[in-house]
Design a protein around this ligand. Structure first.
Ligand code: ZN
Length: 309
C-alpha cells in the first residue's frame, strides 16, 4: 500500500522582503537582531557539520504523519524511510533535514529524531536520535549510514543541497516571551496573513541553554490531553552549543499541519526545542530558506490538536 501525498504551492516572497519582515518581528523579542540575505555557507563544514552543503535547489517542506499517530495511543506500524519520503516530495536526490520520531524498530524504543540525510547517488546519513537511556538520562546516538528510518511523524525540509542565497538570522538576548522559532513564524503570520509562507533550515544556539523534551518509550496507557502529555515527556535544560534542524509555516492552508518543529543536539544530548531558559545570555545564529511547496504525506485519518507545541 502506498502512502497518501498531497501538495500545495506556498507563497514565495523575495528573500530581501522576508529578511526585513523577520528583522522587524525579531526586534520585538530580542535585544540584538540582524537578518540578511547571504550566500549559504558550506553547512557540511564546522560549525554545522550537516550532510548537505546548502539549503538551495527546489526547497520544499513536508509534514509526514503527525502527533495523532503517537497520541492518544501509538500506531507503531507508522514507519517511514527518509529515502522514500524524499521521493514522495518529488526530490529523490535530496538533502533532508528536520524533526520527527526516531526509528523505534532499530532503536528499540521511542525517540526523538534529528534528520540530516542525503539521499540518491551520493547518499550519506548524519541523522541522530535522542532517547531516554536505562538510567533515565538523555542519550544521543548517531544513526549508521544504512539506517534512514523514522516513525510516527516527521517535519522535513528537502532541497537539492546546493548553495545559493539564503536568510542569515542572528538574534541575541531575548526580551520577549516568544521562543526563537515561534518569533520567526509569528512575524511571517502577522505580515503575510492568509498567504502561507514556509521556512526550513538550521540554527545554532551558541550561548545559553534550552528547555527540550525527549519522549520516553511508548506509554502503555493512552495520553489524552496536554497535561497527561507533559507528565509523560521528559524535560531537560540543555546547554549550548547545540545545532537545531527546523521547519515552520506561517499558517495552515487546510492540510492539518504542525506549524513549527525543531529538534537539536549537542555533543552528548539532544531533544525537541521548546524555548531558551537563559534570556539574558542566549544567542542564536540561523540559516533558513523559503520553501516553494508544502507536502502532506500520510495525513492522519483521525486528528486532534494537542501536543503540537
Ligand atoms: Zn519534536
Amino acid at each position: 500500500m502506498s502512502i497518501s501525498v498531497e501538495a500545495k504551492p506556498l507563497y514565495v516572497p523575495p528573500l530581501e522582503e522576508v529578511a526585513s519582515v523577520l528583522q522587524n518581528g525579531l526586534k520585538k523579542n530580542f535585544a540584538e537582531v540582524h537578518v540578511s540575505v547571504v550566500e549559504c555557507p558550506d553547512l557540511s563544514q564546522e560549525p554545522f557539520c550537516l550532510e548537505g552543503k546548502g539549503l538551495c535547489g527546489s526547497p520544499r517542506l513536508s509534514d509526514v504523519g503527525g502527533v495523532p499517530h503517537l497520541l492518544p495511543s501509538p500506531l507503531k506500524d507508522k514507519v517511514y524511510n527518509i529515502k522514500e519520503l524524499a521521493a514522495s516530495v518529488d526530490l529523490p536526490e535530496a538533502f533532508v533535514i528536520g524533526a520527527g520520531a526516531g526509528p523505534h524498530e532499530y532503536i528499540g524504543v521511542n525517540s526523538e529524531l534529528m534528520a540530516n540525510t542525503l539521499t540518491g547517488k551520493t547518499a550519506s546519513n548524519g541523522s541522530r536520535v535522542a532517547k531516554i537511556d536505562s538510567s533515565g538520562n538523555n542519550e544521543l546516538l548517531k544513526l549508521p549510514e544504512s539506517e534512514t528510518g523514522c516513525s510516527l511523524m516527521l517535519n522535513m525540509f528537502a532541497c537539492e543541497g546546493r548553495t545559493g542565497q539564503v536568510l542569515r538570522i542572528l538574534a541575541k538576548k531575548r526580551t520577549g516571551s516568544l521562543n526563537f522559532v515561534t518569533c520567526l513564524r509569528q512575524a511571517l503570520t502577522d505580515h503575510y496573513g492568509d498567504k502561507a509562507v514556509g521556512l526550513g533550515g538550521t540554527f545554532r544556539m551558541v550561548q545559553g541553554s534550552a528547555k527540550c523534551h525527549v519522549m520516553p518509550d511508548f506509554s502503555s496507557s493512552p495520553i489524552s490531553c496536554e497535561d497527561e502529555l507533559n507528565q509523560w515527556l521528559r524535560f531537560f535544560e540543555l546547554p549550548s552549543p547545540m545545532v537545531f534542524l527546523s521547519t515552520l509555516v506561517s499558517r495552515d492552508p487546510g492540510m492539518d499541519l504542525r506549524l513549527e518543529h525543531s529538534h537539536g543536539y549537542g555533543k552528548e544530548y539532544g531533544g525537541h526545542y521548546h524555548y531558551d531558559t537563559t534570556p539574558e545570555t542566549v544567542e542564536y545564529q540561523g540559516f533558513y530558506n523559503v520553501a516553494e511547496f508544502m507536502y502532506r504525506v500520510d495525513r492522519p485519518k483521525v486528528t486532534h490538536s494537542f501536543g503540537r507545541n
